[in-house]
Ligand binder design. Structure first.
Ligand SMILES: [Ca+2]
Length: 358
């Protein structure tokens, strides 16, 4: 007795948690139903010429007309309504198989619109376009042109939603008739509104040009003729950028870009635009040029058996070929094969090893 009770409880728990129970009311049940109907129509198309040899004999015509309305054809169509992986679809078809048979044999001449007959009127998971919710009420703005064609009605065509509008870009308000900031009404009456983008210089506007701004966007300023024009942020005596950056003006804004590595400060791109040279560089012919520390009269590398390697903005001291660094001195390398290989690879001077101090 105890055992039976547990089994009953478990079964009940499974049933209660099964998605089957909620399939009729899920968010996706209307789209699923529409897919089923679409695939039904495709199935009708696909089977339209089947079992028909292409000839024209009386026998074939009779066979065709018999197949046209046959259960065989219906089963063929029903088998291809859903992807095998779609639980909701397969469940919906299984659950309403009798309805499909009913429509196929008795209703399809009177109610040729399967979507309306099945999804809307019969299993009640969808509504006609432009309507929403359990009772298929008209969307905001009316079912003909929901949201005045400037937005989406919540729940449109389903048994869900609240019918309110989510306006397209550029539109606002409950009815999507008003223009959003940055847009203006090109055309407007009680039921129609066309909003067009303002000139890029306007925050709000009444027309398409920079003379039609009600208010300039930030980065733009109104001149004497009431037009909004770009502010050249870089024209100021003091740059809005950091010491090692230069200012680049843009329409409606500006940006700061890094100076060349040769400069500590600059007025533009490249070593020619430096106003101060980085260490390791010196001014030469109007631009900051790398100092070759290896050709200075005072030697930069002082140890015995070492070479000076110049690099951009710096230099490096490396032991000469056949010598290696040991305890701060360049010692002759022992001639083993392994060491020969090591020497080969140490010849490459990578910029990572470059001296930072000079
Ligand atoms: Ca600017």
């Amino acid at each position: 007795m105890q055992f039976v009770n547990i089994v009953t409880l478990l079964t009940l728990a499974v049933v209660l948690h099964s998605p089957c129970l909620f399939a009729g009311d899920s968010k996706t049940s209307c789209p699923t139903c529409r897919t089923i109907v679409d695939n039904f129509v495709k199935g009708l198309d696909k089977t339209a010429k089947k079992n028909f040899g292409g000839g024209n004999t009386a026998w074939e015509e009779r066979a065709l007309s018999k197949y046209e309305t046959s259960e065989i054809r219906l089963v063929e169509i029903l088998e291809n309504l859903c992807d095998s992986s779609s639980f909701e679809c397969n469940h919906m078809v299984e659950e309403h198989e009798e309805q499909f048979e009913n429509w196929w044999f008795k209703k399809k001449d009177t109610y040729p619109d399967l979507l309306k007959w099945f999804c809307i009127d019969n299993i009640e998971v969808c509504c006609p376009r432009g309507t929403f919710g359990p009772d298929c009420n008209a969307c905001v703005g009316g079912s003909e042109r929901p949201c005045h064609n400037n937005g989406d009605c919540d729940g449109d065509g389903t048994r869900r939603g609240d019918g309110k509008c989510r306006c397209n870009k550029g539109y606002k308000g409950d009815f999507c008739l008003e223009c959003d900031d940055g847009y203006f009404n090109k055309e407007r009456n009680d039921t129609f509104s066309l909003c067009t983008e303002c000139h890029e210089s306007c925050q709000t506007c009444s027309g398409p040009t920079n003379k039609d701004c009600n208010e300039c966007k930030s980065g733009w300023v109104q001149d004497d003729e009431k037009s909004c024009n770009d502010i050249d942020e870089c024209a100021n005596e003091t740059s809005p950028c950091k010491e090692n950056q230069y200012c680049h003006n843009k329409e409606g804004s500006f940006s700061c870009k890094a100076c060349d590595a040769a400069c500590t400060s600059c007025t533009g791109e490249g070593p020619e635009k430096c106003t101060g040279c980085s260490s390791g560089y010196t001014e030469e012919d109007g631009k900051c040029t790398d100092i070759n520390e290896c050709s200075l009269p005072d030697k930069s590398c002082l140890r015995v058996n070492e070479d000076c390697v110049n690099s951009k903005g710096s230099f490096k001291c490396v032991c000469s070929q056949g010598f290696e660094d040991k305890d701060g001195a360049c010692i002759q390398t022992e001639e083993t094969e392994e060491n020969m290989e090591d020497e080969d690879s140490s010849e490459t001077v990578s910029p990572d090893n470059v001296h930072e101090d000079l």
